[in-house]
Ligand binder design. Structure first.
Ligand SMILES: Cc1cc2nc3c(=O)[nH]c(=O)nc-3n(C[C@H](O)[C@H](O)[C@H](O)COP(=O)(O)OP(=O)(O)OC[C@H]3O[C@@H](n4cnc5c(N)ncnc54)[C@H](O)[C@@H]3O)c2cc1C
Length: 427
């Protein structure tokens, strides 16, 4: 059987070898059946297998085939909505437990990498950059807010020399350096986590699309050629869920975002990012970039609403890359790819139960690397009977996109134009 190939990314090109994980065949039993082998599914699986539960993961394509194997590889704390906005919209009681968890996902990643010896080029150090002087207060606000919630060590640099010591670009007015941010090879992290799960007795079946989840206790997850009866099910399909659970797809919108990787830059790489930090700007429609272990610039940005596959990723991303680093004008782009993240109207993740024993998490709206690692632990706690932290997420309301299923893409695209205009005007 031919498995659905990974996106043509630099990550697929440089992925570690992985064992064959044959499709599910026949009837099986487990304590927990997880649908989707991205970070959400794998992180949940590890948490549960570490506690001694029998875990089976069903993956439609391959481990890390979705956003988890194609993303920018940037460790960004917190959620896609700032915690003060959550507090304003939902009140202090709702925001406080979320605030207490907002730096935990990065710790989960680092713990797992250390504990299971995952080779994924993990580097410490992340940067938020202000593209215009009137974006600098946003960085100051960010620093104050995170310090208030007990996150020390942030450093704001707002002189040309200070900025240039971090990013070799004239584009930025200030940078905020977070030593606990960082970056890594996303697909190799997913593959390492899959191996960790298997080392704990978990089983992963690739090429195994879940087509139906029959309710009951136990519930049964069906694929074309097999089934898993399990006391608990976790739906972790995010932007690639398709028709599996239409109720989950209805309140979200898959969005494509594009990434390129240049040819290896050799000595020139250190001029771009002298401290080897990863960088993202603080625009709504943001650019993000970093160096790979073999000194390529990996540059992402742009959002194609409604998940259309852009014909030429390079044509979309190169102009922005050159605005940031004009010195790369002659450099060859060797890889360009698109991946889908899942947008929610509130930009907050949607977490809950479809039935007493069927759990889900989806829609982290852009910043999902740390959140997915946090929620895996939180889902694991809930399944084992401790649902306090799960409830803190599950209580957040899920809002429908205006315009319903048919109009949600155009309306949100209009929203994106509005935010882009705000970014341009710096308001
Ligand atoms: C291009 C890009 C860049 C990004 N950069 C960053 C970044 O730098 N930092 C950051 O914090 N976040 C980033 N994100 C977001 C982050 O990657 C995601 O939020 C996160 O990886 C989502 O993980 P997941 O496990 O929920 O979903 P996914 O990784 O998408 O996994 C879902 C899996 O479910 C499988 N699946 C779907 N339906 C079925 C089914 N019926 N049966 C079986 N399997 C099924 C899919 O095949 C897929 O493998 C980026 C996203 C993209 C697309």
């Amino acid at each position: 059987m031919t498995l659905t190939a990974h996106a043509p990314s630099y990550y697929a090109h440089s992925a570690h070898a992985a064992p064959a994980r044959p499709p599910l065949a026949g009837a099986h039993e487990a304590d927990v059946c997880i649908v989707g082998a991205g970070y959400t599914g794998l992180s949940t699986g590890i948490a549960l297998a570490e506690a001694g539960l029998r875990v089976v993961v069903l993956e439609a394509a391959q481990v890390g085939w979705g956003a988890s194997g194609r993303n920018g590889g940037q460790i960004v704390h917190s959620y896609s909505r700032d915690i003060d906005v959550i507090e304003r919209q939902h009140g202090r009681a709702a925001a406080e437990p979320l605030a207490k968890m907002m730096f935990e996902g990065a710790a989960v990643i680092r713990e797992r990498v250390a504990k299971y010896g995952i080779a994924c080029d993990l580097k410490d150090g992340g940067v938020y950059a202000a593209i215009k002087p009137n974006k600098v207060p946003g960085l100051v606000h960010h620093k104050t807010l995170w310090e208030r919630w007990g996150h020390p060590g942030l450093q704001l640099l707002d002189t040309p020399g200070g900025v240039r010591s971090i990013v070799g670009s004239e584009r930025y007015s200030a940078v905020l350096v977070d030593p606990t941010g960082g970056h890594f090879h996303p697909l190799n992290l997913a593959l390492g986590e899959a191996a960790a799960l298997e080392s704990l007795g978990g089983r992963i079946h690739e090429g195994s699309t879940a087509v139906r989840i029959a309710r009951g206790d136990p519930a049964t997850v069906h694929t074309a050629q097999g089934s898993v009866r399990a006391r608990f099910v976790v739906v972790a399909c995010n932007a690639y869920i398709g028709q599996l659970e239409p109720v989950l797809a209805a309140k979200t919108m898959p969005c494509g975002t594009q990434v390129v990787a240049t040819e290896p830059l050799g000595d020139r790489a250190a001029d771009l990012l002298p401290g080897d930090h990863c960088v993202e700007d603080n625009n709504f429609l943001l650019d993000y970039f970093r160096l790979s272990a073999d000194q390529r610039l990996i540059y992402g940005g742009g959002v194609t609403y409604g998940a259309r596959d852009p014909a030429r990723v390079e044509a979309l991303v190169r102009p922005n890359m050159l605005k940031t680093f004009p010195q790369l004008a002659g450099v060859k782009i060797e890889f360009g790819w698109t991946g889908n993240f899942l947008l929610t109207l509130s930009r907050l993740p949607q977490v809950g139960r479809l039935a007493d024993n069927i759990y889900y998490s989806q829609g982290c709206s852009g910043h999902g690397v740390t959140y997915t690692h946090l929620i895996g632990r939180v889902l694991g706690e809930a399944i084992r009977g401790q649902a306090e932290r799960f409830d803190a997420f599950a209580r957040l309301p899920h809002l429908p996109f205006p315009g319903g299923r048919l109009l949600r893409v155009p309306f949100t695209a209009l929203g994106a134009v509005w935010y882009e205009l705000r970014d341009r005007l710096g308001v």
